[in-house]
Each structure stands twice: as C-alpha cells, then as structure tokens.
Design a protein around this ligand. Sequence first.
Ligand code: DGL
Length: 273
Amino acid sequence: MNIGIFDSGIGGLTLLHQAAVLMPHEKFIFYADTDHVPYGTKTREQVISYVNEVIRFMADHDCKAVVIACNTATAVAAEQLRSQYASLPIIGIEPAVKPAVAESGGKRVLVVATPLTVHERKLQKLVERVDDEHLVDLLELPGLVEFAERGEFVSDRVTTYLQKRLMGYELDKYRELVLGCTHFNYFKDTFRGLMPPQIHMIDGSLGTVRQLMRVLDERHELLEAPAEMDVQWQQIRHDVCVRYFESGREITDAARLREMEQLHERLELMRKI
Ligand code: DGL
C-alpha cells in the first residue's frame, strides 16, 4: 500500500523528502494541487473543496495513510476530513509553535505562514494554548509561495521581499523562527542570511513524519524499522519509490521528473541549515 502526501504545490516535497529519508522502503504518492496553488490566499471554503478532492484521490489509490503536507490545508480542513474518512489515518502538518516556545528561553518567536493559516482559528488557538508569556508574533509571507512555484529560490527579489516584510521587527529580541508553510523551507539559506545568528529555524516536517511513523506502527503497517536521521538523499534516491501527480495527472515526462529530483537536491541542502 502507499503513503499519500499532498500539498498545493512543491512545498509538500519537504515532507516527502523527510519521509523518504526515514522510511526508504515505503511507496509514496506525491500530489501537488498545481491547478489551485496557492491555497493560502483563497477562502477556507475553496480550500476545503480542493482538499476533499485530493483525499478522495488518495483513498482511490490504495493509501494506508495520507499526510496533509500543507499547514494551510491542515488549519482549515484536517478535523473535518478526519471525521469524514474515519478508517483512513490523516496526519496534518502544523506550525511548530509549541517546541519553538519551549526552546525560546523567554525570547520572542516569529511564526511565518500563509495569510489563511495566520487568520485561522486553529493557529490562534494553538498560540493561546502555549504562549503564556505573549512571546509569539505571526507574519504572513504569501509572496514566498509564488517565488517557490516559479522556481525562484535565491535572488535579489526574494531577499528584498523578505527584508521588506521583516522591517519593523527587532530581530535581536527573537530566538526562534517557525517556518509555518512547507514552501518556506526552500528559502532557509536566504532566511539564514537575514537573521541574526542566535535565531534558530524550526518547521513541523520532522514532527509530522514521526507522527506518521507512530500511527503506521500502531496499525502494524510500518514496513521496516526507520532509517537513521543522517542518511543522505544521494545514497537512497534511486531506491525510493514515488509516483508524482499534479492535480490528479501523473507526471511521466522525464524533464519534469528531473525537476522534482532537483527540488529534492535543494531540500537536502536546506535540511542541513
Ligand atoms: N505549502 C502550503 C502550506 O504549508 C500552502 C502554500 C499555499 O498554497 O499558499 O501552508
């Protein structure tokens, strides 16, 4: 059986990448809903209807679990989907606010995400629950999703966009930067260059993959013992079994598959930052 992983676009590869490194014996279906990307600037009703279609696709494609590799889709749709598809485990990524607050040592925490995630009740409730000392600030960065979908990861325009959005934040007062959108992992090198050295970046992908492994293990559906964290993508990439889909259409074109491979290579670099 397969593990389904989906996002509005290439952001979800962050989770696929992490899952493939830790579970190289599994078979994955990766689904990017490119007809509807970006989700983060749409209405919650639109996103719920897109996500419903994706989950139906996953259920029809022999998936033993589905990972919502999209903070935005998790925020608006995860609870509803779990009650709709009771027998299919659905694991959703969330901004890693809790570990960030725990590790901030009393300094400030900046959570960057899409507009929809920032305005959703789910994130606000999470912040209320863990942020006793009012250390957390939320910032929308929709432009990064567009840059990522264009394949523009390092450029003057990306740097200028981030500099402008971060203007007004006294970054010396911060300890943690939470990447609350899976597309943002592609920009870790630019973030690193703009952040003072004490700021640590954190995202929810490792926690989500660990949760996926726990759920599969409990159901006796985890194929083999997890691999070591320090396995390199280059060592395993030929053995990893993934079928890639864009809004339901399988990618078979060699050039497009090569692009996916290059995105994995970029994510492997970003994983080390
Ligand atoms: N990558 C997604 C997330 O984690 C959504 C980006 C978008 O489509 O706006 O929120």
